[in-house]
Design a protein around this ligand. Sequence first.
Ligand SMILES: [Zn+2]
Length: 127
Amino acid sequence: MKFLKKYWGYVVALVVVYGWFSGSLGPNVLVVLSAVAFLYSLFQAPVWCCAETRNQEFCRNNASGILMGCWIREHRWQKLKWFVRRSMWGRLFKRLFSGFHGVAASFSAVGTLVSASAAVITLIIKT
Ligand SMILES: [Zn+2]
């Protein structure tokens, strides 16, 4: 159960994928599930912090979600600043992609965002 507690968002993301391919879930359900899994990737998925430490390396403390830093408050601010400055996104993603969890969380974030948008469009077209 500990595993589920930590990775439940990915389970939701898998349900979303299944929903799209099987056609068994309505677009309104898919919107909700995609949004939940998207927020999970941003704020709860286990990833490395990836902020820059004093000796030019990146921080490998555990963080919750790709938007959040670790327990060091400076790191959280640093990451927030990075997200505002788009020129820093490449750097951040390169670091996130050097760890398995970062890759999983990034793909999940992008995938569920696309899925949520597609589901919203489906809803608009249908009504
Ligand atoms: Zn950190």
